[in-house]
Design a protein around this ligand. Structure first.
Ligand code: 5GP
Ligand code: ZN
Length: 112
């Protein structure tokens, strides 16, 4: 499968890892938009939020349970934003479900 994030999981493309367990991986975004910009992904390929089902949503729950730990480890003591772009209108560029953790400065109130 020609998926850049699956290649990162497989170690075929290097990444700056910040957290890993058996189900998920978190690494620094290659093109950070904020001082802290981390991507959290399931190791299992899920194309986007549109493909989350009752059969695979446990890993999404696990991601959300782990995000506070990743954020704390990254020093985000004053808050952060979590974003998942889904589909073309949201400009999803990598078709492997991912959650952006963004922070390290005051973020704009307007998100769209
Ligand atoms: P999207 O636009 O799909 O929500 O976000 C994809 C994100 O993946 C972008 O912020 C982009 O900078 C990041 N990205 C794309 N390719 C790579 C890569 O090879 N390594 C890392 N670390 N981040 C990547
Ligand atoms: Zn993938």
């Amino acid at each position: 499968m020609d998926c850049i994030f699956c290649k990162i999981i497989a170690g075929e493309i290097p990444s700056s890892k910040v957290y890993e367990d058996d189900q998920i991986l978190a690494f620094n975004d290659i093109n950070p938009q904020t001082p802290v910009h981390i991507l959290v992904i399931p190791k299992r390929h899920i194309r986007s939020m549109d493909e989350v089902t009752s059969e695979n949503s446990a890993v999404v729950a696990h991601i959300f349970e782990t995000i506070p730990k990743i954020a704390a480890k990254a020093g985000l003591t004053n808050g952060y934003r979590v974003i998942s772009n889904c589909g073309d209108d949201a400009c999803q560029s990598v078709k492997h479900l991912h959650f952006h953790i963004m922070g390290g400065r005051q973020l704009p109130e307007n998100m769209g």
